[in-house]
Design a protein around this ligand. Structure first.
Ligand code: SF4
Length: 344
């Protein structure tokens, strides 16, 4: 086993970026930042993190936050189930652990949205406990260090990598070691152009010796996304633009969107649906076709702008968005192609 910890930690202490959650690594700060960083880049996360902490500085405030405010704080980050789970976990923490995250890896794992990676990050960085935190960065670095061409999405390969991380992790600085690996993967051993000539682990890196660093890690090709046609009705009335609330479960759960049918639908069919709501409308213009990619689904959006003079009482899942309530509702980025038309 090559001793990677001393040169890696030396590099980390000299090169680590100052980050608000790194500079003040409370369990709450590490938790929220790690959840935000899943699927989102660091530069994009930082302003969200600052705003989130200013509004919700502790776990009790997160537990009590109204859902629409929470959505607004998350607007643009996507994958809203992350913030739903954050709140569910915060409520469980208030109920069972006095409003503070428990300093125990296995208890952390019982909380909604906290998996092995996040539990490992909180346990090691905030509580100094000897646990791994293996994310895509760490898998890439270890695939290269050991010239391991196993598929990193294969649980057996991940397990092998986790074992190697723990063989190297110094018992007196597990949090620094885990952070050093994440930072090293983000800044030096990057996915497409690893900076091998300036790498402090070069002498110990089997992929570098073999000249195959850029070919690793190996990943099985992703399954093709299922294509879903989506028809949007952007309905304008003297009261504003019509929004509807999505169901509380499933894709974009509980978020507000323009009136939408999740299938291909003709203008006449859409006019009939609107008339059924008491909104007799006329078509103004077609919407430009747009596309949005979710993890497993591709939405292909199209539709029309409609105008109506009708403003009947609306059921609970519909409302008019206008100048007065515009800042209260987060619009999912799946509809970003129509955002300016909706907020006009
Ligand atoms: Fe990564 Fe290159 Fe360093 Fe190996 S030598 S760890 S591939 S940056």
């Amino acid at each position: 086993m090559y001793p990677i910890a001393p040169p890696l930690l030396g590099w980390f202490y000299a090169n680590r970026r100052s980050l608000p959650f790194r500079d003040d690594p409370t369990p709450y700060h590490i938790w929220v930042s790690e959840i935000m960083l899943q699927q989102t880049r660091m530069t994009a996360v930082l302003p969200y993190y600052e705003r989130f902490m200013k509004t919700l500085p502790d776990i009790p405030s997160l537990a009590a936050c109204p859902m629409e405010t929470l959505h607004k704080l998350w607007e643009g980050l996507g994958y809203y189930s992350r913030v739903h789970n954050l709140q569910k976990a915060a409520q469980a923490v208030c109920e069972n652990y006095g409003g503070e995250l428990p300093g125990d890896y296995n208890t952390l794992l019982t909380l909604p949205g906290i998996g092995p990676y996040t539990a490992g990050a909180i346990a090691s960085i905030s509580f100094g406990l000897p646990y791994p935190a293996v994310d895509g960065n760490v898998l890439r670095v270890f695939s290269r260090l050991y010239c391991d061409d196993g598929d990193i999405n294969d649980p057996a390969v991940k397990k092998r990598c986790t074992g190697r991380v723990m063989e190297h992790q110094p018992p007196d600085s597990p949090g620094d070691f885990n952070q050093a690996l994440m930072e090293f993967g983000a800044l030096v051993c990057t996915p497409r152009s690893p900076d091998c000539p300036r790498c402090p682990l070069r002498e110990m890196c089997e992929a570098y010796s073999a000249g195959c660093a850029e070919e690793l890690p190996k990943k099985a090709p992703k399954k093709e996304r299922k294509v879903q046609k989506v028809t949007v009705a952007l309905v304008r009335s003297p009261m504003g633009v019509l929004l509807e609330k999505r169901p509380e479960k499933g894709l974009l759960a509980g978020l507000w969107q323009p009136y939408t049918v999740e299938k291909e639908c003709t203008k006449e069919e859409m006019l009939a649906l609107l008339a059924g709501l008491g909104l007799h409308s006329r078509c103004i213009a077609p919407l430009s076709p747009a596309k949005h990619l979710f993890t497993h689904i591709e939405w292909q959006l199209s539709g029309w702008i409609f105008e109506t003079k009708d403003t009947p009482p609306l059921p609970e899942n519909l409302l008019w968005l206008n100048g007065e309530n515009r800042d209260a509702y987060a619009l999912p980025s799946a509809f970003s192609a129509y955002r300016s038309l909706i907020l006009q």
